[in-house]
Design a binder for this molecule. Structure first.
Ligand SMILES: NC(=O)c1ccc[n+]([C@@H]2O[C@H](COP(=O)([O-])OP(=O)(O)OC[C@H]3O[C@@H](n4cnc5c(N)ncnc54)[C@H](OP(=O)(O)O)[C@@H]3O)[C@@H](O)[C@H]2O)c1
Length: 275
């Protein structure tokens, strides 16, 4: 039965809740995390919701492990209907405070991993003429923010890749989308990479951290963001760009006139009209 969802980064936060929500909608959910020893909270939430999850290990930056996992799932269970690229990590530092290795690590998890997984599920989805690839980006995928240089750069990159892929994939029945949360209460802030001390940037960094704390005081819950992710992944209506809350839509509206992504796709679709 072709009703399988594969989701990454489900040990905590919105990925955990999105996995449960997808299962509540009747999908067989392959809920992946890099350390399955951290599956306790997910299993508890699934038990409360009365659903079963198929928990498997995946460190998304290991491209060969991702290839093995997708092949294993397709052989055992059949075609993947929905891929949710949720795993991600933040970085709080301005350019000078970042090493190239830290910038590369942001690209690895926030850009190259979703790209790799999209490439892995596409052949099956294309052959079956159906499928959804949804990547959790961020309002930081549309609005560059101070002390988020590497993170926003990687989220902009993945949005550019997915937006470019979208009109080609849709010709084969595959919907490629992004969902942009604003501040969500999760382990994201504590998991973000931070510089040691601010140096000449100390006062600016302090101001930024104080402003961010204010934004997170009114954060969307991870449950609510997880529901928005599941709803976007399963929506009958296809859109390229979703936000997980009205606040997130207002946020990206600062930078984008095209908050649902329709105008860009209408613009680029005719470019592949022949054939
Ligand atoms: N929270 C926010 O304010 C916010 C706003 C906009 C966008 N986002 C995006 O939302 C997504 C989910 O974040 P969250 O807020 O739910 O934060 P979170 O609670 O920190 O969850 C992030 C998840 O990604 C996983 N992850 C990190 N690196 C991984 C890797 N190499 N392989 C597999 N899994 C990995 C983490 O697993 P471990 O437990 O193993 O670390 C965790 O399960 C991310 O893409 C993030 O960039 C978050």
């Amino acid at each position: 039965m072709n009703d399988i969802a594969l989701i990454t980064g489900t040990s905590s936060g919105m990925g955990l809740h999105a996995a449960v929500e997808l299962a509540r909608h009747g999908l067989h959910v392959v809920a992946t995390m890099r350390d399955t020893g951290k599956a306790g909270a997910l299993r508890e939430a699934a038990a409360v919701a009365g659903v079963e999850l198929d928990v498997r290990a995946l460190d998304v930056v290991d491209h060969e492990a991702a290839a093995r996992l997708v092949a294993e799932v397709e052989a055992e269970l059949g075609g993947i209907r929905v891929l949710v690229n949720n795993a991600g990590q933040g970085s709080v530092a301005t350019a000078e405070q970042l090493t190239m290795a830290q910038i590369q690590a942001q690209l690895d998890v926030n850009y190259l991993a979703p790209v790799n997984l999209a490439k892995l599920v596409l052949p099956g989805m294309r052959e079956r003429g159906t499928g959804r690839i949804l990547t959790v980006t961020s309002v930081g995928g549309a609005v560059g923010q101070p002390f988020a240089d590497a993170y926003c750069g990687a989220k902009f990159a993945v949005e550019g890749f997915m937006q470019s892929l979208a009109v080609v994939a849709e010709r084969f029945g595959v919907g490629v989308s992004v969902i942009e949360p604003a501040a969500v209460a999760s382990a994201f802030v504590e998991n973000a990479v931070r510089p040691e001390g601010g140096g000449p940037y100390g006062a600016l960094l302090d101001a930024y951290i104080a402003r961010t704390a204010g934004a997170f005081a009114n954060a969307q819950t991870a449950e609510s963001a997880g529901s928005a992710i599941a709803a976007a992944a399963l929506a009958d209506e296809y859109r390229f760009r979703w936000q997980s809350s009205e606040g997130a839509t207002r946020f990206v509206g600062v930078s984008l006139a095209d908050t649902d992504g329709g105008a860009v796709l209408d613009f680029t679709r005719p470019w592949i009209a022949a054939g």
